[in-house]
Design a protein around this ligand. Structure first.
Ligand code: AMP
Ligand code: ZN
Length: 475
């Protein structure tokens, strides 16, 4: 049994093997904080979270770094022209760009927590890593991979023979694309900027290249990955649009500088779409986490909707799809509640001995196999949901129910969608049940009925069984 991942670099699935046995170094391209991240962005970050959780489930220690791009990123990054998105937002909102970036960065971190995304080891800010970027740029100039024209520094793509390997783009095709907004000073239209000088830029630094410059977007990630994880890493992730130019350029810079392979595996998640097209800030068709919560969906239902499909399949988001995910989650909740009842012996019709154990073990194997196959969630989930009929038909013994619960809990350490407050809720409900029992014993039936009605109003139904009162969520 081994974990296989689809590597964009080789265009096939490969067995995952980290450089240092037992430890995984993973870098995730994070958000550019010029506006609030939308749920499309969070599909990419949830994929990274799922990957990290599965690696941990597989026994690895994961060193995870997700950057926050709080400087640079021009509207036409490839040509090295256009407007800085953060500064454009600053002008629009009448604030200084540092405030804009920090405000949206905080919002991003809050949304990550709401979605139950495990915190990375560090969320480095690009603005705090300029010396590390300058070190690489100076090294690239010395090695003949970069050149300076006035205050601008460009990477010479012809100096790196593997340029284009990740994306499959050829340099001459890239040249044609970049010619639209050609900068005469570039030796080759496909060369990309490492450093730009502009006295009018608001976020700027004095360096050996000039008094007021700022970095290109790609060098930011090369520098932050190297600073926090070292010259070589195991996994680099991003959304599909990061393949080119961003990751192609990162590879060229880092590998030209270190002389070593940068990342062994490059993994990219497909876009979240709306009405069949990309969800994107520039198209104005985005939803934030709050937009979805405001429609009455829970954060875990949103998480489930974004995680439920395989990350390499496009996902079309509608509120119908969201509703469907929410009700599937209720089904899972219901199954967990029923399993708990069998486990404590509240269900007399459950099978005896080891009945159903085989079926549970098979489900566990199916879940594991599907996840090991490039995180195939859409195949892993039916293994879990498939246990439902065994539960409903009373085919599970207490022992099997125990195993099934263990499986669901284990799966949920990876999926993170079950109600983690369940425990507290359970205790609270049990306290109300005890109160009602006491009322009944003292023949205060009015009070007992009142408690039952209050619980019912909260969606909790009580049931008298020979083994005592049990509760379940009304579907
Ligand atoms: P940005 O803030 O634009 O740099 O994007 C942050 C991350 O979100 C990148 O990894 C993008 O590839 C990813 N991303 C952007 N739009 C979408 C989308 N509609 N669906 C999935 N991922 C996206
Ligand atoms: Zn990046």
């Amino acid at each position: 049994m081994s974990f296989e991942v689809y590597n964009t670099l080789s265009r096939r699935k490969e067995v995952f093997r980290p450089i240092e046995p037992g430890t995984v170094r993973m870098y995730n391209c994070g958000p550019t904080v010029y506006s609030r991240a939308h749920i499309g962005n969070f599909r990419a970050f949830l994929f990274a979270d799922l990957l990290r959780r599965w690696l941990e489930h597989s026994g690895y220690r994961v060193l995870q770094v997700m950057n926050i791009t709080d400087v640079g990123h021009l509207t036409d990054e490839l040509a090295g022209v256009g407007e800085d998105r953060i500064e454009a937002a600053a002008r629009r909102e009448g604030l200084n760009p540092w405030k804009i970036a920090e405000g949206y960065a905080q919002m991003f971190l809050k949304d990550l927590a709401v979605l139950g995304i495990q915190p990375a080891m560090v969320y480095p800010r690009a603005s705090a890593h300029v010396p590390e970027m300058v070190e690489i740029i100076e090294g690239l100039i010395q090695k003949g991979h970069a050149y300076q024209v006035a205050g601008n520094v460009y990477f010479n793509v012809r100096s790196f023979p593997r340029y284009g390997q990740l994306s499959g783009n050829r340099i001459d095709e890239t040249e044609a694309g970049a010619r639209v907004a050609i900068r005469e000073e570039k030796r080759d239209p496909a060369d990309f900027a490492l450093w730009k000088s502009d006295p009018n830029h608001l976020m700027k630094w004095a360096t050996s290249f000039g008094p007021d410059g700022f970095p290109g977007w790609h060098i930011e990630c090369s520098a932050m990955a190297r600073k926090h994880l070292g010259d070589r890493i195991d996994i680099h992730t991003g959304g599909e649009d990061n393949v080119f130019p961003h990751h192609e350029c990162e590879i060229a810079q880092t590998e030209s500088f270190t002389g070593e392979a940068f990342s062994t595996y490059w993994m990219h998640s497909k876009f979240l779409q709306v009405d069949g097209g990309k969800m994107s800030k520039s198209l104005g068709n985005t939803y934030s986490v709050d937009d979805v919560l405001a429609r009455g969906f829970s954060a875990r239902a949103l998480r489930f909707a974004l995680l439920r499909g395989h990350y390499r399949q496009p996902l079309n988001y509608t509120f119908e799809v969201q509703k469907d995910a929410a009700s599937a989650l209720e089904t899972l909740d219901d199954m967990v509640a029923r399993l708990k009842r069998i486990e404590v012996g509240a269900n007399d019709s459950s099978g005896a001995g080891s009945a159903g154990l085989e079926e549970v073990l098979r489900a566990r194997e199916e879940f594991q196999t599907a996840m090991d196959d490039d995180l195939n969630v859409s195949r892993a989930l039916p293994a879990l949901f498939g246990l439902r009929s065994a539960v409903l038909e009373g085919r599970l013994s207490r022992a099997a129910a125990q195993q099934a619960l263990a499986l669901v809990k284990q799966a949920d350490r990876v999926l993170g969608v079950l109600d983690s407050t369940d425990q507290d809720i359970g205790e609270r409900i049990q306290a109300r049940i005890d109160e009602r029992e006491l009322a009944r014993k003292t023949r205060d039936f009015k009070r007992a009925d009142q408690i039952r009605d209050e619980l019912l109003a909260d969606g909790i139904a009580l049931e008298d069984t020979p083994k005592g009162v049990v509760w379940r969520r009304r579907s």
